[in-house]
Design a binder for this molecule. Structure first.
Ligand code: SF4
Length: 264
């Protein structure tokens, strides 16, 4: 590697790690936004989260897992009943088929237990590399980078990758960070994408990593106007929720669920 190239990689790494540190301070309460109590629930919830919101998936899985608590029960589910439960998440016929096939394969090949290896996970129907990494990182504690649409967009804006391909993005970003940081980095970047660095209107003027971001200026730079673009607990008027999340980071998932249930 040429000296100049090595120097710029080092500079990129330093800046990337600084961004991660700032995001860690900003979102100490970042976590997987899908609710789950075990690897089976997480793998199913992740499959259901395609083309819909985590909030909606969390509402549906509450009913789903009360009815079918594990792979064996789910493998024997009535397909029509399953479709009815999954309907709010969209593409419900395909999702019902995948969830049934996934549960059947778990029962037939893995004794009803979700395997903890990437090469086994990707053999499950409906489970690609992204879902496998979510499950490994969050249910098994194996470091993983989860490249969803938010992560891909922000990785490009940060200059961590030039690619649109999720696997290439994953490898490009993996080169910049220690494996121990991969899982939390994924949560933080996705949190930032949902709240601040939106796809069409990034709130650059209210962004904590503005001074480190090569794409600063792609969105609104006026601080007052940018603040109005912020979402969820950062949105104007949600100061009490933000304070609660910061004060009780260990209960963040619960607090988020409670706040979603509150009217208004
Ligand atoms: S400065 Fe703008 S483009 Fe960069 S991360 Fe912040 S909101 Fe996104």
């Amino acid at each position: 590697m040429a000296i100049a190239e090595a120097g710029s990689l080092l500079a990129l790494k330093r800046r990337a790690r600084k961004i991660n540190r700032v995001l860690a301070e900003k979102y100490p309460y970042a976590h997987a936004e899908l609710d789950f109590r075990n690897p089976f629930e997480l793998v199913v919830a992740t499959v259901l989260s395609a083309q819909t919101t985590d909030v909606l998936v969390n509402q549906v899985t509450k009913i789903l897992f009360a009815r079918y608590p594990d792979a064996r029960a789910m493998a024997e589910a009535d397909p029509l009943e399953l479709e009815t439960i999954l309907q709010p998440t969209g593409f419900f016929r395909a999702k019902a088929r995948n969830v049934l096939a996934l549960s059947t394969r778990l029962v037939d090949e893995f004794d009803g237990v979700v395997p903890g290896r990437l090469e086994d996970l990707v053999t499950l129907p409906g489970v690609g590399r992204k879902t496998a990494n979510v499950v490994l990182g969050n249910a098994f504690g194996v470091p993983g980078i989860t490249v969803d649409t938010h992560f891909g967009r922000l990785a490009r804006r940060f200059g961590w990758t030039a690619s649109d391909d999720p696997v290439k993005i994953e490898f490009d970003v993996a080169d910049l960070f220690e494996p121990r940081d991969w899982t939390m980095l994924s949560h933080r970047v996705v949190f930032h994408g949902r709240r601040v660095c939106h796809s069409r209107k990034p709130a650059c003027g209210a962004c904590p990593v503005a001074s480190l971001c090569p794409s600063y200026g792609e969105g609104e730079t006026d601080p007052v106007k940018a603040a109005k673009l912020l979402k969820y607990e950062l949105a104007p008027g949600n100061e009490a929720l933000l304070e609660q999340l910061l004060a009780e980071t260990h209960r963040a998932a619960e607090i988020r669920m409670e706040s979603q249930r509150r009217p208004g």
